[in-house]
Design a protein around this ligand. Structure first.
Ligand SMILES: [Zn+2]
Ligand SMILES: [Zn+2]
Length: 305
């Protein structure tokens, strides 16, 4: 089953060199989520052939414009293409006001219901849950209340080992086996243990999105061992004072978080307009954490199960 992250934008606050502001499409087992929604998000979604109507939840990290200014465009495009299913928007205090004020003044009523969910920036909490996965917030250190998002698949069931499966099991026995039960006969006598006929479950995959944030050691435990960590890398080491002043990170700092948290892969983004050439940014991160890649528009990062 799919677990893919499509980069729709990974520019810093000032868009430059054709790069779009922050926005990602996260698809997990046929659930479609948008993470941040920078300007032009709806055009980027169309460019990369995403089905807008399948996006059920939008998670906004904070209220700097480069992370949410695309929302109105997206909301109107969904309306004009006759969306009917609810759209859930998760953000900090004020986002619901911003959206409803704009709708009121344009005398617009979308063709579908918008549902706002308020995020508490200071805490780590589950803000989305279904039978397959959860989404948790991660407190980040920035100039505004800011949260990262941790996508985590739930524990999966053991898999039936077809090679070891004896013939003649009833539908009831097979269904029980799938649910983790042992196989018993009609009288309740044990025939086979569950473990003897099944393989371990496929792994539960994880993705952490962390933008925008200053270097923050407390993040390390929160993202420990994730398969992919997206961490902002607005600046390079020679601009470290700028990173401190604006509560952003350098590529080296992003890589230090990745290395100390022992993640599978680091994806860096939110690049400053100072960096036309991103090679030095990548090179700096790779010195500290070799499994680093750049977030470039159209890139897809998949996690195998
Ligand atoms: Zn930003
Ligand atoms: Zn910001």
């Amino acid at each position: 089953m799919s677990f893919r992250i499509t980069i729709l934008g990974a520019s810093g606050a000032l868009p430059a060199y054709g790069r779009y502001p922050s926005c990602q499409l996260v698809e997990i087992q046929n659930r479609h989520f948008l993470v941040d929604c920078g300007e032009g998000a709806q055009m980027q979604l169309m460019r990369y052939q995403a089905n807008l109507h399948r996006i059920s939840h939008v998670f906004i990290s904070h209220l700097h414009g480069d992370h949410y200014l695309g929302l109105m465009g997206l909301i109107f495009t969904m309306h004009l293409s006759r969306r009917t299913n609810e759209l859930h928007i998760h953000g900090h205090a004020g986002l619901d006001d911003i959206i409803t004020t704009q709708l009121r003044h344009s005398r617009s009523v979308p063709s579908y219901r918008l549902v706002f969910h308020r995020i508490d920036a200071g805490s780590r909490e589950v803000i989305y849950e279904d039978d397959k996965l959860t989404v948790e917030t991660l407190p980040l250190r920035h100039k505004l209340p800011c949260s990262g998002f941790l996508f985590r698949e739930k524990l999966k069931p053991r898999r039936i080992n077809k090679e070891l499966l004896p013939e003649g099991l009833s539908i009831r026995q097979l269904a029980g086996l799938k649910q983790g039960h042992d196989v018993a006969d009609e009288q309740g006598n044990l025939l086979y243990t569950n473990e003897s006929l099944t393989l371990p479950p496929r792994k539960s995959r994880t993705y952490a999105y962390c933008s925008d944030t200053a270097f923050d050691e407390s993040l390390i435990e929160n993202v420990r061992g994730v398969d992919i960590l997206y961490h902002e890398a607005t600046f390079t080491i020679d601009e470290a004072s700028k990173a401190v002043e604006t509560l952003h990170s350098t590529a080296a700092e992003a890589a230090e978080i990745a290395a100390r948290a022992d993640v599978g892969k680091l994806v860096i983004g939110h690049f400053s307009a100072r960096h036309k050439d991103l090679a030095p940014v990548l090179e700096e991160a790779k010195k500290f954490f070799n499994r680093t890649e750049l977030a470039l528009e159209g890139n897809v990062f998949s996690i195998a199960d």
